[in-house]
Write a protein that binds this ligand. Structure first.
Ligand SMILES: [Zn+2]
Ligand SMILES: [Zn+2]
Length: 214
C-alpha cells in the first residue's frame, strides 16, 4: 500500500510529499526544500527508509514549489515531470526568487510531460493525473484511488482555494477545475494540499466558504 510522508519547507510553508510503497520506490512531489537543514531532512528520510527515488514532479511551477528541484534532481539523478502548460513560470523564476529573497540558483526544466488522465506508477501503486488549471497555468492534482487521497497542489486547501490574482490565475476556471475534477472524487477522499493541513473532499463540499456546493 502506498504511503505518504509530508514535509513543510521554506518561508512559504510548502508541503513537500514523498509517496512510496513496499517496493521502496518513491516519487517526490513539489521539492520545496531551500536550506541545508531542509535538504538534510529530506535526505535523511529517504536514506533511513531506504527509498529509491524514481521521479520528481511539480503540481505547478510557482516559485515556492520549485526551490528544491535542483538539489533533488542532482542528488538522485531524477527527471522532472510536470504539465507543459506552466513552463512560462520557469522563465520568470530567477527574477521571482530575487524579488522574494529566496535561494534559487538553477532552474530544472521538465523532461516528462504530464497530461490529464495519465497514470503514473510508484512501485506497485498508481496515481492519476488530473489537469486542474485556474490557480496557475499547467496546474495538476494527483489522485490515488486505492488509498483514497488526492494531492491537490494549490488548487484546493482546507476551507480555502488557491489565489487567482497571479499570472495565469482565473477564478471561474479554478472553480470549474474543483467542481469537475476534485468534487467528482468520493467524499471520503483525503485531500493533501500544497499548503496547510489535510482535509477531505466531502468536508470541503460542505464547509469551503469559497466553493461549497450547498
Ligand atoms: Zn501556487
Ligand atoms: Zn504554493
Amino acid at each position: 500500500m502506498i504511503q505518504l510522508k509530508k514535509f513543510v519547507f521554506n518561508a512559504f510553508q510548502v508541503n513537500t510529499y514523498i509517496l512510496f510503497d513496499e517496493t521502496k520506490e518513491c516519487i517526490i512531489i513539489d521539492a520545496a526544500c531551500s536550506s541545508a537543514e531542509e535538504e538534510g531532512a529530506l535526505l535523511h528520510f529517504i536514506e533511513t527508509q531506504q527509498l529509491v527515488p524514481v521521479l520528481m514532479l511539480n503540481t505547478h511551477f510557482h516559485i515556492d514549489h520549485i526551490l528544491g528541484n535542483a538539489f533533488v534532481s542532482e542528488q538522485f539523478n531524477l527527471q522532472l515531470a510536470a504539465h507543459p502548460g506552466g513552463e512560462m513560470y520557469l522563465d520568470a523564476a530567477l527574477l521571482s526568487a530575487k524579488t522574494y529573497g529566496l535561494r534559487l540558483e538553477k532552474i530544472i526544466q521538465p523532461r516528462l510531460s504530464l497530461k490529464d488522465g495519465q497514470i503514473l506508477s510508484v512501485g506497485k501503486s498508481t496515481l492519476k493525473v488530473l489537469f486542474t488549471p485556474g490557480h496557475a497555468s499547467g496546474s495538476i492534482c494527483l489522485y490515488c484511488e486505492e488509498a483514497s487521497f488526492v494531492i491537490s497542489g494549490d488548487v484546493l486547501f482546507y476551507q480555502s482555494i488557491g489565489r487567482t490574482d497571479l499570472p495565469g490565475g482565473d477564478y471561474d476556471l479554478l472553480k470549474k477545475s474543483i467542481w469537475s475534477k476534485l468534487f467528482a472524487l468520493p467524499d471520503d477522499t483525503v485531500v493533501f494540499p500544497g499548503h496547510g493541513p489535510e482535509t477531505s473532499i466531502g468536508s470541503e463540499k460542505v464547509n469551503n466558504p469559497f466553493i461549497a456546493i450547498g
